[in-house]
Design a protein around this ligand. Sequence first.
Ligand code: CO
Length: 199
Amino acid sequence: MSSIQHLFDNNQQWSDKIKQEDPNFFKNLSEQQTPEYLWIGCSDSRVPANELLGMQPGEVFVHRNIANQVIHTDLNCLSVIQFAVEVLKVKHVIVCGHYGCGGVIASLDDKSHGLIDNWLHHIKDVYRFHKERLDAVEDKEEKLKLLCELNVIEQVANVCNTTILKRAWAAEQDITVHGFVYNLHDGILKDLEVSVESN
Ligand code: CO
């Protein structure tokens, strides 16, 4: 078995560094959680929510799954949204995809990947909704980029259509849903400008 001791060493150094900068950091953090943002992103290890936003622990409530999907029967994701909206009262829900997403790539081929095919089928649905537009793009890379963006846009619509957001907006809660896409090559976020702030 390979050693994981370095994880604990790293953790100790990280904790020491933060305490050096702010001796009360962990005390304050453990006493309250008041993030303004809910991040729904891809599980991809190259897309770390807090870091790429330049934010500290405590500032972003995070849900990640393969290809940043919001499925109406996914109790995990829905529970996260409910807690974020109703208890934490976040001001922004960010759905963030990324170019070169393995889940989106896998949804485009006709190979069998086992269990995950059921999950990826939702991206095939996104393709079907936008088939004409996607089929018109011949370049494979460009087609993939477009599907990554359209997937985010569809997931933004899915967030907006949850009973959670509908109820929050009906109660005039100040909350906006956004769609971003992240570029692995330069670490830059792009706003897809599909923000929704009311029903
Ligand atoms: Co991905």
